[in-house]
Design a protein around this ligand. Structure first.
Ligand code: ADP
Ligand code: MG
Length: 338
């Protein structure tokens, strides 16, 4: 029998990385989430070669003090939760303390950061090993550069789709995050060519115009509703404007973009017969709820959550949307399907 032994930290990180970092878009998602959690008001993302050659995410958030950089890249090290109670009321996008360690395990990663109090620092990691750290002048905030993603995991590289598809996945996740955080100015570029820029003024309709184009945003109408547990609001396309896939519906739970088939169906139910078969709306549904009612600790990517009172929420969404059409009948929301 082979001897049982503990895996080295590095190998454990590589295994964990397989769950959190599936593709370039996962890196982009995790880094933006960190920037948001750090209180940034401006986030810039640039990638080269679908993110495989390089991804840079720069923010103006809290920064990290030099003596904490190594911890930030250590697995299960986080500033966001302290005890098991916190785990049941997660108010940040991150909490698992896995992203930076996972990213650094499968790339050449560099961080330049300053907390605005100490002199800034620059540090480099390669395949999970810290290579260097030195003082560096930097403005308050953090810039993380990820190069040669999956250079040491060839199987993962092979599994990736075409560059075009990987870019689409990056754009999709950044679009959804931007819709969840209209108060943050987000710029996404492909080797300097701007693909998305949001104003960051809190205006959802303007943000939707940047994401989907003005002609679509103009055909969208605001709606809102609440009950004792949930507060919902967002934008709905008029029934005349439909898409052939479900991909233009976004559910944003306390800002977090989540994947939830049932809630998507509740949006469709709200439209009811106003939509033809195989026609799907463009819809942005923002839900505010006490974090105590949400279990985010379901999946490493945190895109699936477990919701107490999901049925109640489903019903609220459906009625809110169908009411919006009835209430707006005079304003033309309901009968534009000519
Ligand atoms: P998590 O987000 O789950 O805490 P991460 O590995 O993503 O885990 O990040 C580890 C820690 O590094 C965070 O808890 C945070 O304190 C710090 N950190 C990461 N990114 C940033 C950033 N852009 N600005 C400030 N602090 C950051
Ligand atoms: Mg994180």
């Amino acid at each position: 029998m082979a001897q049982i032994h503990e895996l080295s930290e590095n190998l454990a990180n590589q295994i964990a990385a397989g769950e959190v970092i599936e593709r370039p878009a996962s890196v982009v998602k995790e880094l933006i989430e960190n920037s948001i959690d750090a209180g940034s008001t401006r986030i810039r993302i640039d990638f080269i070669e679908a993110g495989l050659k390089q991804i840079v995410v720069q923010d103006n958030g809290s920064g990290i003090s030099p003596d904490q950089i190594e911890l930030a890249f250590t697995r299960h090290a986080t500033s966001k939760i302290n005890n098991e109670h916190d785990l049941f009321k997660v108010a940040t996008l991150g909490f698992r303390g896995e992203a930076l360690a996972s990213i650094a395990a499968v790339s050449h990663a560099e961080i330049l950061t300053s907390d605005g109090e100490h002199i800034g620092a620059r540090a480099a990691f390669s395949g999970g090993v810290k290579k260097s750290q030195e003082d560096a002048a930097a403005r308050k905030g953090t810039q993380i550069t990820v190069r040669d993603l999956f250079f040491n995991t060839p199987a993962r590289l092979k599994y990736l789709k075409s560059p075009r598809t990987e870019i689409m996945k990056i754009v999709d996740i950044v679009n959804r995050i931007a819709l969840g955080y209209p108060q943050i100015s987000i710029t996404l570029s492909n080797k300097g060519k701007v693909l998305l820029r949001t104003p960051g003024n809190g205006n959802l309709k303007q943000t939707a115009a940047n994401v989907y184009g003005r002609h679509i945003a103009e055909k969208m109408v605001e709606f809102k509703a609440d009950d004792p547990d949930f507060e919902i609001n967002g934008l709905l396309s008029k029934p005349e404007l439909t898409r052939s896939t479900r991909n233009f519906m976004s559910i944003l739970l306390n800002g977090r973009y989540i994947k939830n088939f049932k809630l998507l169906n509740s949006i469709m139910d709200g439209y009811g017969s106003r939509l033809g078969t195989k026609h799907y709306p463009v819809a942005i549904v923002r839900i505010n709820v006490d974090p105590l009612l949400v279990d985010v600790n379901v999946h490493p990517t945190k895109q699936e959550v477990r919701l107490s009172k999901e049925k109640e929420l489903s019903r609220l969404i459906t009625t809110a949307i169908s009411d919006a059409f009835i209430n707006n009948a005079e304003s033309g929301l309901d009968n534009l399907k000519t």
